[in-house]
Ligand binder design. Structure first.
Ligand code: NAP
Length: 276
C-alpha cells in the first residue's frame, strides 16, 4: 500500500471540477485523481493537463452508478488505505429553456445532485483519513431556494437534529410531489436544481455533525460551498468567473491546514461562511 496522500474530484473532466484538479496538481502534495463517468472524456482531460506539465491520474466514476462508486472505493482502499481530500463536484442542471416536464427534471436532477452525491459519501466517507477534507459543491441556489420553501420545510432544513434518513425522505417526497403536480402546494419552490442543492447543503451539515459525534479525534473537516457563477457548459459564457476562479473556494476548503478546526459543517461562498 502506498503512503502517498490522495485527492479525488468527482465530475472533473470539464468545468469547475477540471479546474479543481488543475489547482490540486499544483498545490496538493500527493496523487490527484481526475474522474469522469466517460473514460474517453476523462482521458482527454488528463491529456490536456499533461500538456500543461501536470500529472493527474484517472479513474472512472459515474455517481449515478453504485457499482462504479464501489469500484473506486475498493481501488482507493487497496492502493492508498483511504482518502485525504474528496471533492464532490459532479452535478447537472437542466437549461432554463429545456421543455422536459418539471416532474422529469425533478427526478433526474435529484438523482445525480442529491442521491448520487449521497451515495458517493456513503461509500467514501468511511475511507477519509485523519485530517481529511471533504468539499461538497452546492450552490447559492440552495440558500435562495430555502427561502422559497414553506416555513415548515425551512424549519426542517435548518434543524440541527435532522437525520440523513429524514433528509432522504424529504428529497424523495419532493420528487413524488413533483410527479403528482402538487409540489408547490406542498411548500416546495419551483426549482429542481435549487431543491437538489438544498439537499447537498443539508446533507453536509448532517455529515459534519455525525463526524463530530463519531470521529471527533480525527480532525476531518467537511463543508458545502458555492463556487460562484462560473463560465462552464452548465452556466454558459456570460458568467463572470473563470473555472480557475470558481475553483478558489473549493480549494480553500480542500486545503484547510491541519491545525484548523473550522469551518466545519458550513455553507461557504467566497471563502466566507454564509448564514443558512
Ligand atoms: P459542467 O461544466 O456541466 O460540469 C459538470 C461535471 O459533472 C462534468 O464533468 C459532468 O460529466 C459531471 N457529471 C454530471 N453527471 C455526472 C455523473 N452522474 N457522474 C459523474 N460525473 C457527472 O458544470 P460546472 O459548472 O463545472 O459544475 C460543477 C459543479 O458546480 C456542479 O455541482 C454545479 O451544480 C456547481 N455549480 C456551478 C455553478 C456555475 O456557475 N457554473 C454555480 C454554482 C454551483 P460529463 O461531461 O460526462 O457530463
Amino acid at each position: 500500500m502506498s503512503n502517498v496522500q490522495v485527492a479525488v474530484v468527482t465530475g472533473s473532466n470539464k468545468g469547475i471540477g477540471f479546474a479543481i484538479v488543475r489547482a490540486l496538481c499544483k498545490q496538493f502534495q500527493g496523487d490527484v485523481y481526475l474522474t469522469s463517468r466517460d473514460p474517453s472524456r476523462g482521458q482527454a482531460a488528463v491529456a490536456q493537463l499533461q500538456e500543461e506539465g501536470l500529472r493527474p491520474l484517472f479513474h472512472q466514476l459515474d455517481i449515478d452508478d453504485l457499482q462504479s462508486i464501489r469500484a473506486l472505493r475498493d481501488f482507493l482502499k487497496e492502493k492508498y488505505g483511504g482518502i485525504n481530500v474528496l471533492v464532490n463536484n459532479a452535478g447537472i442542471a437542466f437549461k432554463v429553456q429545456d421543455t422536459a416536464p418539471f416532474a422529469v427534471q425533478a427526478e433526474v436532477t435529484l438523482k445525480t445532485n442529491f442521491f448520487g452525491t449521497r451515495n458517493v459519501c456513503t461509500e467514501l466517507l468511511p475511507l477519509m483519513k485523519p485530517y481529511g477534507r471533504v468539499v461538497n459543491i452546492s450552490s447559492m441556489a440552495s440558500s435562495k431556494s430555502l427561502g422559497g420553501c414553506s416555513q415548515e420545510l425551512q424549519q426542517k432544513f435548518r434543524s440541527d437534529t435532522i437525520t440523513e434518513e429524514e433528509l432522504v425522505q424529504l428529497m424523495t417526497k419532493f420528487v413524488e410531489d413533483a410527479k403528482k403536480g402538487i409540489h408547490e402546494k406542498e411548500g416546495w419552490p419551483n426549482t429542481a436544481y435549487g431543491v437538489s442543492k438544498i439537499g447537498v447543503t443539508v446533507l453536509s451539515r448532517i455529515q459534519a455533525r455525525v463526524l463530530n459525534e463519531q470521529r471527533k479525534g480525527d480532525h476531518i473537516l467537511l463543508n458545502a460551498c458555492c463556487p460562484g457563477w462560473v463560465r462552464t457548459d452548465m452556466a454558459g459564457p456570460k458568467a463572470p468567473k473563470s473555472p480557475d476562479e470558481g475553483a478558489e473556494t473549493p480549494m480553500y476548503l480542500a486545503l484547510l491546514p491541519s491545525n484548523a478546526d473550522a469551518p466545519h459543517g458550513q455553507f461557504v461562498s467566497d471563502k466566507t461562511v454564509q448564514p443558512w
